[in-house]
Design a protein around this ligand. Structure first.
Ligand SMILES: [Zn+2]
Length: 311
């Protein structure tokens, strides 16, 4: 099994998150891990993409030290390996962990150290995707691109843009993705999770190989056609899109329409901690809601294997 769309901070276990708060002597966001899990899940299910993203601050607060980043990455990779997943790409915006003085490079190196420690214990192939943030300073986003260039050839394999998507919000990242193209760094982009067809159009123009979510294109036949013609893979995250109200019901998710139209799709869990899900659960949801057969799901998994960034 392959999982291509998985956020580091959205995968932290509530137990570890709370433990890091204690170790770092910060005011606790909750008294118990169960309470913290409930807070994160409530934010995720608030039916607002914006409120969901704000809740990431609770996690990112404790990811300001190498040891914490290394540990959270290590634990995630161990979970991936134990779930029988053969290949996963973990994504994170290193700029989010620079509030106490770490450089973005140090953040990424801490992630790499966590991946290596887990891989020494259990073999699993892991790629790292560095996310740009539309609301970060351009100089910081350019720094992220430079680090992806510097670490090209390691497990840092691609770029992405995450954070709050608004209409036209990706426009300011054009210089960064143009630079990425010059450096030959492939990228995916969170686009079209909300009704923002222009963001998907821009992603296509910039040369994104994959699009995260892209749910809104189902309402724009021209965009559906373009995505198909450009052989772009859509990373579908059913629980996530339901939680943020990108779709009203799982049944309304356009994954089957994409699939039948001939757009390559794959399934991912996005933020398992917040959404109380995992890749296996996403497969079950897809099977039960859309009556996908095992062969359909295997085909999606093959797409994921084909479109993965780390070969
Ligand atoms: Zn995502």
């Amino acid at each position: 099994m392959n999982e291509l769309h998985l956020h580091l901070d959205g995968s932290i276990s509530p137990e570890t998150c709370l433990d890091l708060y204690k170790l770092q002597r910060r005011p606790l966001p909750a008294n118990t891990a169960v309470e913290l899990a409930a807070i994160l899940s409530k934010a995720a299910n608030s039916k607002s993409l914006s409120a969901f993203i704000d809740a990431f601050d609770i996690v990112d607060t404790v990811l300001q030290q190498n040891e914490a980043i290394e540990r959270v990455t290590y634990e995630l990779v161990k979970r991936i390996a134990n779930a029988g997943i053969d290949y996963a790409e973990i994504r994170y915006a290193p700029v989010l962990s620079t509030k106490l003085g770490l450089s973005q490079l140090e953040v990424v190196q801490a992630m790499q150290a966590g991946v290596s420690r887990a891989q020494r214990e259990k073999p699993v192939k892991i790629g790292i995707i560095l996310c740009l943030m539309p609301n970060a300073k351009e100089i910081d986003n350019l720094d992220t691109v430079e680090i992806a260039r510097q670490l090209k050839g390691t497990n840092v394999c691609a770029l992405d843009c995450a954070g709050k998507e608004t209409s036209g919000s990706l426009q300011k990242l054009v210089p960064c993705f143009t630079l990425a193209n010059n450096y030959g760094i492939p990228f995916t982009m969170h686009a079209g999770e909300i009704d923002a067809p222009e963001n998907v159009d821009l992603a296509i123009q910039l040369g994104a190989k994959r699009i995260g979510h892209g749910t809104c294109i189902v309402n724009y036949p021209e965009l559906m056609k373009k995505v198909k013609e450009h052989n772009i893979l859509i990373e579908c995250c059913l629980s996530s899109n339901f939680a943020t109200k990108a779709v009203d019901r799982i049944l309304d998710h356009p994954i089957k329409k994409f699939y039948e139209y001939g757009i390559p799709v794959c399934l991912s869990s996005d933020d398992p901690t917040f959404l109380n899900t995992n890749l296996g659960n996403e497969w079950k949801l897809a099977r039960d809601a859309f009556l996908f057969t095992y062969d359909d799901l295997a085909k999606m998994d093959n797409f994921a294997g084909e479109y993965r960034f780390l070969k």
